[in-house]
Structures are given as C-alpha cells and as structure tokens.
Design a protein around this ligand. Structure first.
Ligand code: HEM
Length: 145
C-alpha cells in the first residue's frame, strides 16, 4: 500500500466523522427541540444551523469524496474487485454515498432558494441519517464479512 494511503484514510475518516456527526446531531438532538420551541423559533434555529452548515460542510464533503475516490483507485483498480464480496459491499457503499450526495445537494439548493421548510429539513436529515448508518456499517463490514 502506498505511503500516502494512511493519510488519505485519515482525511476520509475525519471528514466522515464531521459529516455523520453533524447529521446525527440534527436528527438525534436538534429535532427533539420541536417539543420545546414554537414553529417560528424552530424555523429560525434551523435557518441558522443551515447557514453555518453551508460554510463548513461543502469542504468536508468535497474532501470526503476526493479521498474516497483516491482510496477506491488503490483498493479496486479498474473496478477489478467488483466481482468479490469486498467489491460488492464497497460498490454498495459508494452507491449509498452518491445517494447522500444527491440529497445533500438538493437540500443545499432548496436552502439557497429559500425553499427549505422545517418539515423538509427534518425528512432530509432522517433520510441522510439512515443512509449514513448503512455506509458506516458497509465501510467496516466490507473488511469483516
Ligand atoms: C457519505 C459519504 C461517505 C462516508 C460517510 C464514508 C465513510 C467511510 C468510513 C467511516 C470508512 C472507514 C474508514 C476507516 O475505518 O479507516 C470508509 C472507508 C472507505 N471509503 Fe468511504 N465514505 C463515504 C464516501 C466514499 C466514497 C464516495 C468512496 C469512493 C468513491 C469511498 C471509498 C472508501 C474506501 C475505498 C474505503 C476503505 C478505506 C480503507 O480502509 O482502506 N467512500 N468510508
């Protein structure tokens, strides 16, 4: 394995922690505040969270995908691993990651156009949360199963 691989892996893991951590915070902590805050207060809070997330997350997501592609090229050059169990699980993981990217980009776009309602905000994060849990299990499962 190339000497740089471990560093790229570290970048990938750090960005994954940042991204998965932010989504987990929104689904498991922020959502519970609905019970305590009125609709307008909640909408304002979510707007502020989204504004901050738009500053931090794009770089983390960019580095996450760039490092993912770099490691993919080493682990599975020319898609040669795809007919193995490892390759199938890795392929599924990448597919789910693209699902996350699609949902993430459409949410960003909706936010920029002022079309992110608290309801859409909540469901977007729940979908991304479920996909993320799948990705993390596949990321480790592909080495264990
Ligand atoms: C939402 C996006 C993603 C998340 C949350 C994510 C998360 C993770 C995590 C947690 C690991 C385990 C790292 C470790 O234990 O050191 C991992 C490994 C890996 N990921 Fe991702 N990943 C994402 C996207 C991608 C993409 C788009 C690709 C490739 C195109 C990719 C390719 C890989 C590869 C090849 C490994 C194995 C690294 C190794 O241990 O050698 N990932 N990913």
């Amino acid at each position: 394995m190339a000497a740089w691989y471990g560093w790229i892996q570290l970048v990938h893991l750090a960005c994954a922690i940042l991204f998965v951590g932010a989504v987990s915070f929104e689904v498991l902590i922020l959502e519970s505040l609905h019970r305590h805050l009125g609709h307008d207060e909640m909408a304002r809070l979510e707007e502020l969270v989204l504004r901050r997330a738009r500053r931090v997350m794009p770089l983390a997501v960019l580095l996450l995908f760039a490092s993912g592609f770099a490691m993919f090229a080493v682990r599975c050059p020319d898609f040669a691993c795809m007919d193995t169990r490892f390759g199938a699980l890795l392929g599924l993981k990448v597919l789910l990651a693209f699902g996350v990217l699609g949902v993430f980009l459409s949410a960003m776009w909706a936010g920029l156009r002022g079309r992110m309602s608290p309801c859409r905000f909540r469901y977007t994060h729940r979908i991304v949360f479920v996909l993320m849990v799948g990705i993390v299990f596949l990321a480790k499962g592909m080495f264990l199963l």
